[in-house]
Design a protein around this ligand. Structure first.
Ligand SMILES: [Cu+2]
Length: 142
């Protein structure tokens, strides 16, 4: 009887410790992003809710940017402003962040961290014409 209780205590203590360790080690989820002509590539397009660190590298020959929008619309169906040749980020949903510097020169990297809740997001480069040329990507947070 007593042994049973002790064993249960050990199990409980272990569970508490495991939970504590997991909590302590819970840093941001890193997503590596490659920007190029004319695509956006990521090493993961699905992450758990929480802090997400986007590390973007411009692997192309011209300037690009990285914008994160929360929207229910599929990445290829954001409202488009024909006159300015850009996707309308604010109309599509909620603009969450933009990497700094806004226009990332070729060969350069930059990062940003965002607190993301469960839902669908779109990553895009909204330098005129780039969205239409294919610089968008669906991204999900569970
Ligand atoms: Cu671009």
């Amino acid at each position: 009887m007593q042994e049973k209780r002790t064993r249960r205590q050990v199990v409980l203590t272990t569970l508490v410790l495991l939970a504590a360790c997991r909590g302590a080690g819970q840093g941001p989820t890193t997503v590596n992003v490659e920007l190029g002509e004319y695509s956006i590539k990521v090493d993961r397009d699905r992450v758990p809710a929480g802090r997400v660190r986007f590390v973007a590298k411009n692997v192309g020959q011209m300037e690009h940017e990285l914008v994160v929008v929360r929207t229910d619309l599929p990445a290829h169906q954001l409202p488009y402003n024909e006159a300015e040749q850009v996707a309308e980020e604010e109309t599509a949903g909620q603009l969450l962040g933009e990497i700094e510097p806004e226009d990332l020169p070729p060969g350069k990297s930059a990062e940003m961290s965002l607190e993301l809740t469960r839902g669908h997001y779109v990553l895009l480069c909204n330098i005129p014409t780039h969205y239409k040329l294919g610089m968008y990507l669906d991204f999900n947070v569970d």
